[in-house]
Structure formats: structure tokens, C-alpha cells
Write a protein that binds this ligand. Structure first.
Ligand code: HEM
Ligand SMILES: *[C@@H]1O[C@H](CO)[C@@H](O)[C@H](O)[C@H]1NC(C)=O
Length: 549
């Protein structure tokens, strides 16, 4: 029985692979005329270079050498486009967003992992979910998050203060920022606390599962690319049966993570439901006083027209979906900013001055108080520009489509190319870093981290480029109908955390060499220590501690 199933799967995969090979290798298209880097391997194309944890140089080189649209090769010579030309991006994300869809591998994998969370859905169905979710993330609701964010950050600050009370210490800030981001989405997202930040707090099993998910997925990467075909075979029960039977430890690890995420999400959801139904007494036990994302969403769902309502299983899916979307991204952004501040003491000092003065005057800041601090804002924007946590994304065309360009390319036939006829089923890599670092837009110092650039008017090339981003002419949170729904949440979280931590502590580099890995969300590690997620920084108390004790 087992061997039969295995053989079936193997045959099915092989014939699919063969079909892909023939189709992609043989067909001549307009993409042949687009220049791109040489291809080191027919079998793997440029993928080793593009998707390596050390991919930074390759991305930089092809952007500099070939410009806003670059042809790269996937496995078996399949042609793909690497894009950061602003007009092309506008078409991909806004104008023709329903032609450039998430790849089916992405959608199917995520459906299996999370259920119908918003980023696992397409087309009209996705639009329906966004219609309900968008108002939940409105500025009005985000204002309510600020006091919650301050309460959490104070706990973290006190915990770190204890560690450095007898003098400077090396502290792994990546681990702290991971816990911070999880607690922020726990309380801000669901009114649920994962972490007490006490000395001997054991890591929450839910956070352990979510953290383990990306590395576990990496270990089954090959299988994952075929998951999209597998999900069409048989019923979910049958597939579960197959997964249980396959003697594959890494796959079972993913299965167990998915199970534990699902049971934790259901538990969080059920407790919310009880609190909402029981009225106000129960709710006081919950943190966040019903101002959390999930409570607002559940109320909105009750009041929504019948055809707009989400099912309970879809609401549950949002719990792990939001946690996953919010956690590594925001903690990565915070870690990166702390790392940069450690490397630029003069910036750190200037920022400390601004936030200390603001807190001394007003105590905890309100939403308006926070967003009106110019230097804090400049530091966040510049870090999110030069080091976007997500460096690139993939999309696939669902029909033949014309991709117009802001700046013509020189085709391989020697003629200028103003627009590219892109065939159906072409994968497009949206280069977020390419757009954010484009010297045509940001000027000759676009590769440098200079918060001051945000304090004076930006060069006219920035506004005339019409970058289709929701945030600050940047692609960090992309744009269009699938733009990051949580960008204000992330921005506020960063501002609260940075303002309190920088006021209380001085961060300097440790003697370890930090290397940022170009993973789907960039992660800090120590060179030579096997890629383990960590950011050791030297932390000391700021001498004037009047606000700590
Ligand atoms: C600095 C932090 C963050 C960054 C850089 C970031 C970046 C992104 C990007 C690039 C996407 C598009 C993904 C794609 O199209 O495949 C996205 C989508 C999304 N983000 Fe964020 N994000 C951040 C924080 C957050 C937070 C805090 C939340 C929730 C509170 C969140 C919730 C989401 C959701 C739900 C989506 C899917 C939207 C959709 O498909 O309609 N993100 N984010
Ligand atoms: C594009 O290709 C897909 C998959 O091969 C196919 O299902 C779809 O019908 C094609 N779209 C058009 C408009 O031809």
C-alpha cells in the first residue's frame, strides 16, 4: 500500500517535471530579447544566486548592470523577470494586479499551513476578506494600540534593565525583538498574552511553533514546490493519511507545527468568542480591552451583510496568519534598526535626545505625539528603505500582458524596449530592494543609510517616479490590493519600542561579526555560527536613568 502511494506520487511528479521542462525550454518569446546575467547552470538557472542567503551582491549587481527589468533563468532554462522599474511595478501591483497573481505554489502551501487567511486567497474572494479587514486596521483603531504597546515595552525594558544593572552585557537582541513582536501581535491582535517577560518565563509553545515553521519549510523545499499539485489529489483526510504514512521526519515536523498552530489559534479564538458573548465582565480579564484586531474583526463580522461575512474557520485562520505575517517581519525590522543604531552612535545619540525630551515633557506619547517626532520617523523610514525585511516577492501572469516601462531598456537586438509583451505563466520577481535602492530615484547615495535624507524635502525624482507603495515612496510594504495590511501597526510598534529602548539603553556592536542572511524575511546571524538567528549587541544603561526606576 505504502509503496504504491509512493510510486504514484513519484510518477506524477516526474511527468509534471518533464512537461514543465519541455514547455519552458522550447518556447521562444519576447523575453528572449531582454538582457540578463549569464546562467551558470541549465538545471538550476540563476536560482542559486538569486535565492541564496548570501544573495545581496548578486541582487545589487544585476540591478546596477541591467536596470529596472532583468531576465533571469529558473530551473531548466525557464525565463523569469526580475523587476523594479516603477511603472512596471505599478502595473504588476495596481493596474493589472489580477493578472499578476501570487504563484499557485505560494497560495496552496499557505492554504495547507494556515487555512483561508487573507494572504492565502485570490481574486474576488481575497477582495471580500480585505473589505472586512481593512477598517480593522484603520488609524482610529491603531491609536488604541499605542497604550498597549507602551505597557509591553515597559516590561521588556525592565527585563533588560535587570540584565545590565551591574554593567554592560552582551545581549541577543534578535531573541528579545522576536518575543516583543509576538507579544505585540498577541495583545494588539487578539488581546492574548504570550509572554510575561519574567526572568524564568518559559517560551510559549505557540511562539516556538511559529518560529520553527520557516526553517522546517526550508528543509522540505523540494517537496513544497510540488505541494500545489498534491493538494488537488483526494480529500484532505486522504492527504493527511498520506502525510502520516510517508516516512519523512521533516514533513512530519511541519505537520506537527501546523497542528499546534491550529490548536492554539482555535483556543485564542474560542476565548475571544466567549468574552464577546458574555459581555463586559469577562472582557476585563482580557488584555487590550476589546480594542484588539480580532475583537474588532469579530464585531465587524457580526454586523456585516450576509454575503460579506466570514465563516468561523476563516476567522480562526486569521489568527496564525496575522501572527506569521507580523512576527518575523517586524522583529527583523526592529533588530535591523538596533543594529544600525549600534553602528552609528551619532544617530543613536541624536535619536536619544529627541525621545528622552519628548517623554520628559509628555510621559507616554500618544499616536500623534509619536508620529510627530521627526528624527524617530527618519530613522524608521531610512531603515525600512535600505533594509526592507522582505527583499523580494513572486507573482505569476495569468494571461498574456503588456508590461510598460518608465525607462526603456536596450534589447539584445540593439533596439530600445519601451514595453515587454509578457506571456501567460511567466514568473515575475518583484525586487523590493531594487526599488528602494534605485539610484535613479534616491540619488547617488542610495546605498547608504542616511536618516537625515528624510528631514529635508526629498529629491523631485522620488515623487516623479510614482512608486506604487503604500508607505513613503517605498516598496517595503508593497502597494495595491495586496499591500501589507499591518504597516501602520508595524510602524507604531517600532516607534514605541525604539523610543523607550533608546532612551534607556546604549547599544554598541559586540566583538562578533553579524551577517544578515537573505532569507524570505532577512535574519541576523553570527558569521561562522551556522546561520542561527541571533543579534548579539553590547547593551549598557544610559546613565541618566530618571525614568527607569
Ligand atoms: C516591518 C514589518 C512588516 C513588513 C516589512 C511587512 C511586509 C509585507 C509585505 C511585503 C506584504 C506583501 C506579501 C505578498 O504580497 O506576498 C505583506 C502582507 C501582509 N502583511 Fe505585512 N509586513 C509587516 C508587518 C505586518 C504586521 C505587523 C501585520 C499585522 C498586524 C502584517 C500583516 C500582513 C498581512 C495580513 C498581509 C497580507 C495582505 C494580503 O494578502 O491582502 N504585516 N506584508
Ligand atoms: C494561462 O495559463 C493557465 C495555466 O496554464 C491557463 O489555465 C489559463 O487559461 C491561461 N490564460 C489565458 C488567458 O489563456
Amino acid at each position: 500500500m505504502l509503496t504504491l502511494i509512493l510510486q504514484g506520487i513519484l510518477l506524477y511528479s516526474l511527468s509534471l517535471a518533464y512537461w514543465h521542462l519541455v514547455r519552458r525550454f522550447a518556447v521562444k518569446t519576447a523575453l528572449d530579447n531582454i538582457p540578463g546575467p549569464p546562467c551558470p547552470s541549465f538545471f538550476k538557472g540563476n536560482f542559486r544566486q538569486l535565492f541564496s542567503t548570501h544573495g545581496w551582491e548578486f541582487h545589487k549587481d544585476i540591478a546596477a548592470k541591467y536596470g529596472g527589468v532583468v531576465k533571469v533563468k529558473a530551473v531548466f532554462g525557464e525565463k523569469q523577470l526580475y523587476v523594479f522599474d516603477p511603472k512596471a511595478l505599478h502595473h504588476i501591483l495596481v493596474k493589472d494586479q489580477y493578472v499578476y497573481e501570487e504563484t499557485s505554489a505560494f497560495i496552496q502551501t499557505n492554504l495547507v499551513l494556515f487555512g483561508k487567511a487573507v494572504f492565502c486567497t485570490l481574486g474576488d474572494y481575497h477582495r471580500r476578506q480585505r473589505k472586512l479587514l481593512n477598517p480593522v486596521f484603520s488609524i482610529a483603531h491603531m491609536r488604541g494600540m499605542v497604550p498597549v504597546f507602551y505597557d509591553i515595552t515597559r516590561k521588556i525594558r525592565d527585563a533588560i534593565a535587570k540584565k545590565v544593572k551591574n554593567g554592560p552585557q552582551e545581549i541577543d537582541m534578535a531573541s528579545w525583538m522576536g518575543r516583543t513582536a509576538l507579544e505585540m501581535i498577541g495583545q494588539g491582535g487578539f488581546g492574548y498574552s504570550f509572554d510575561t517577560f519574567e526572568e524564568d518565563a518559559t517560551p510559549n509553545p505557540y511562539s516556538a511553533s511559529i518560529k520553527a515553521l520557516l526553517p522546517a519549510l526550508l528543509r522540505i523545499a523540494f517537496f513544497r514546490s510540488y505541494l500545489s499539485y498534491m493538494t488537488n489529489i483526494g480529500s484532505p483526510k486522504f492527504r493527511r493519511f498520506v502525510v502520516d504514512l510517508l516516512p519523512w521526519k521533516n514533513l512530519h515536523a511541519v505537520r506537527d507545527i501546523v497542528d499546534s498552530m491550529h490548536s492554539a489559534s482555535s483556543e485564542i479564538f474560542e476565548s475571544k468568542k466567549r468574552a464577546l458573548l458574555n459581555g463586559d465582565e469577562d472582557v476585563t480579564i482580557q488584555v487590550g480591552q476589546k480594542k484588539d484586531v480580532m475583537s474588532i474583526l469579530m464585531k465587524a463580522n457580526m454586523e456585516a451583510a450576509e454575503e460579506d461575512k466570514l465563516e468561523e474557520s476563516e476567522l480562526v485562520a486569521q489568527v496564525s496568519g496575522l501572527t506569521f505575517a507580523a512576527m518575523d517581519t517586524t522583529s527583523g525590522a526592529l533588530s535591523r534598526t538596533l543594529h544600525l543604531l549600534a553602528q552609528h552612535q551619532e544617530v543613536q545619540e541624536k535619536l536619544r535626545h529627541e525621545v528622552t525630551e519628548a517623554h520628559a515633557k509628555a510621559g507616554d506619547l500618544t499616536y500623534d505625539g509619536l508620529v510627530s517626532l521627526p528624527y524617530l520617523d527618519a530613522v524608521c523610514r531610512e531603515s525600512l528603505r535600505l533594509y526592507p525585511p522582505v527583499s523580494y516577492l513572486s507573482r505569476t501572469t495569468r494571461q498574456d500582458i503588456i508590461m510598460p516601462l518608465s525607462k526603456p531598456l536596450k534589447g539584445l537586438n540593439g533596439e530600445d524596449v519601451y514595453e515587454i509583451p509578457v506571456p501567460n505563466n511567466t514568473n515575475v520577481i518583484i525586487s523590493i530592494i531594487g526599488a528602494n535602492r534605485n539610484p535613479d530615484i534616491w540619488g547617488p547615495n542610495s546605498m547608504e543609510w542616511i536618516p537625515e535624507r528624510w528631514l529635508s524635502p526629498l529629491p523631485p525624482s522620488v515623487s516623479s517616479a510614482h512608486i506604487p507603495g503604500v508607505y513613503s515612496h517605498l516598496m517595503t510594504f508593497i502597494g495595491g490590493g495586496r499591500a501589507c495590511i499591518g504597516f501602520k501597526f508595524a510602524e507604531l510598534e517600532m516607534k514605541v519600542v525604539l523610543s523607550l529602548l533608546i532612551e534607556s539603553f546604549r547599544f554598541t556592536p559586540s566583538n562578533k561579526d553579524i551577517f544578515w542572511q537573505m532569507t524570505s524575511v532577512a535574519t541576523p546571524s553570527v558569521a561562522g555560527e551556522g546561520g542561527k538567528l541571533q543579534l548579539p549587541l553590547q547593551v549598557s544603561r544610559v546613565l541618566d536613568e530618571r525614568r527607569i526606576y
